[in-house]
Structure formats: structure tokens, C-alpha cells
Design a protein around this ligand. Structure first.
Ligand code: SF4
Ligand code: SF4
Length: 135
């Protein structure tokens, strides 16, 4: 029988795990919004990077897991070079991806990609997508 942990414990755990995996101190974020204003994927993501930082500071596990931000993030590092607090936001996004992938949960199933799409998609993009979205 799985051990049930309280919501408070789960919320604290996500803060600790993201800190541990990313090595970044998201508590330094002072919510200036430069990352959100710099993000080329802003119109595709459900929660802007600034808000992801706020949710982490508050330890809002469910809201973080529901956001598509870390899956859509292109790791372009635009936010990283512009953050006045020197936070590597791309590393934070990677750590949020790792929290799912380390449970052996895949976000895409390569065998479900049609032959037509496989023929159209650049091979480099496919390999990079599999690295990011499969465990
Ligand atoms: S740019 Fe840096 S300090 Fe500003 S909101 Fe984003 S993470 Fe926080
Ligand atoms: S690294 Fe990710 S979150 Fe940051 S600007 Fe690029 S796409 Fe947006």
C-alpha cells in the first residue's frame, strides 16, 4: 500500500527536489518578469516563467505539475542571460522535467508518431525531442 504524504510535505518536497536537481536558488527571484518578457515560447505556455518561480517559492506542487511550461520550454537560455538575479531558469525547467521523467513517465510515445510525420520532421529535432520528453 503506497505511503500517503500530506500536501504540505509534498509541497516542501518539490521545492527541495528542484533546488537539489537544478542547483539553483529560485528564492532569489524578485518577480521582475524579465524572463516572461524574453521567452519566445510565451504564447505556447500555460504559466509564464516568472509565475513558475513564484509557484516554486510557494511550493505549489499541483499547479507546477499542471503547467506545460517546462515541457514547452525550448532551453533557449534567453531568460537565463537576462535574469537580473542570475538564476538559470532553464536549469529549473529541466529539473521540473526530471521530476516526471525519473518516475519513468514518458510525455510522448515515439511509436505513436505517424510515418508521415517521421518523414517530415528533421532528425535532429526528433532526437532532441525524445531526449527531453522520454525517460
Ligand atoms: S528574470 Fe529572474 S528575477 Fe526576474 S522574474 Fe524571472 S527569474 Fe525572477
Ligand atoms: S529557456 Fe525556456 S523559459 Fe527561458 S526563455 Fe527560453 S524557452 Fe522561455
Amino acid at each position: 500500500m503506497p505511503i500517503k504524504i500530506s500536501k504540505e510535505t509534498a509541497d516542501e518536497q518539490i521545492r527541495q527536489k528542484v533546488k537539489e536537481i537544478s542547483g539553483e536558488d529560485f528564492q532569489k527571484c524578485y518577480q521582475c518578469g524579465t524572463c516572461s518578457g524574453s521567452c519566445p515560447m510565451a504564447d505556447q505556455i500555460t504559466v509564464l516563467p516568472r509565475r513558475v518561480m513564484a509557484l516554486l517559492q510557494l511550493g505549489r506542487k499541483e499547479a507546477l505539475e499542471e503547467a506545460n511550461t517546462h515541457w514547452v520550454c525550448a532551453s533557449c537560455h534567453m531568460c537565463v542571460v537576462r535574469c537580473p538575479r542570475g538564476i538559470d531558469i532553464a536549469k529549473v525547467m529541466e529539473s521540473l522535467r526530471q521530476l516526471t521523467l525519473r518516475k519513468n513517465e514518458d510525455i510522448i510515445n515515439p511509436s505513436e508518431i505517424s510515418k508521415e510525420d517521421t518523414a517530415k520532421l528533421p532528425q535532429v529535432a526528433m532526437v532532441s525531442g525524445f531526449r527531453k520528453l522520454t525517460s
